[in-house]
Design a protein around this ligand. Structure first.
Ligand SMILES: Cc1cc2nc3c(=O)[nH]c(=O)nc-3n(C[C@H](O)[C@H](O)[C@H](O)COP(=O)(O)O)c2cc1C
Length: 167
């Protein structure tokens, strides 16, 4: 049986929610990472993934400028990086200069990979769709990478950006 409630109450049931870090270079060549929970796989052939970015975020400028972005699956040990990248803006911060997070050059696009992530996906911007206060960026995956070590993914496990592993 279902009970009708406000959206804000029902959506609290969503946890655990996956966490990704998307990275795009801005017009000055600065790689800007942003932490995101609103993300999904949207096509299998060709492989495509989507991210929803708030219209006010600096990442909008970086992604629309470079038209390419990395989607990294951070590991459960990367909670501090995810919180830093998810609380500072690239508008006034060089996040990779201020937070020690190992990167590697991407292979097919002008971006970087997160060396300690579970996996990285290099995407070229395929389309963008306005959705309320966010813009959905759909990227075609042109190169994919996995960590040579076995690692667990990072999730948001409860309200207030409580991060951890799902199991
Ligand atoms: C766990 C977590 C999940 C987040 N999910 C989203 C999201 O799905 N979409 C979004 O626009 N911002 C999300 N944010 C907020 C942005 O990461 C944050 O506002 C960031 O500082 C914006 O960076 P930018 O201005 O450099 O683009 C999330 C933050 C955290 C910590």
């Amino acid at each position: 049986m279902q009970k009708q409630v406000e959206y804000q109450e029902a959506i609290k049931t969503k946890y655990p929610e996956q966490v990704v870090i998307a990275i795009a270079k801005d017009r000055n060549g600065k790689a800007n990472p942003i932490t995101l929970g609103w993300t999904m796989i949207v096509s299998g052939t060709p492989p495509m993934m989507a991210i929803a970015v708030a219209k006010t975020h600096y990442s909008i400028e970086a992604i629309t400028h470079s038209r390419t972005f990395t989607i990294a699956f951070p590991s459960s040990e990367m909670a501090d990086a995810a919180l830093f990248f998810g609380s500072k803006s690239g508008r006034d911060t060089d996040k990779f200069a201020e937070f020690d997070c190992k990167t590697e050059p991407a292979k097919a696009i002008d971006s970087v990979l997160l060396a300690d992530a579970v996996a990285n996906f290099e995407c070229t911007l395929e389309s963008q769709v306005p959705a309320g206060d966010h813009i959905i960026f759909v990227g075609e995956v042109v190169s994919a990478h996995i960590n040579t070590e076995s690692k667990k993914r990072l999730y948001t496990v409860g309200p207030g950006h409580k991060l951890g592993s799902a199991s």
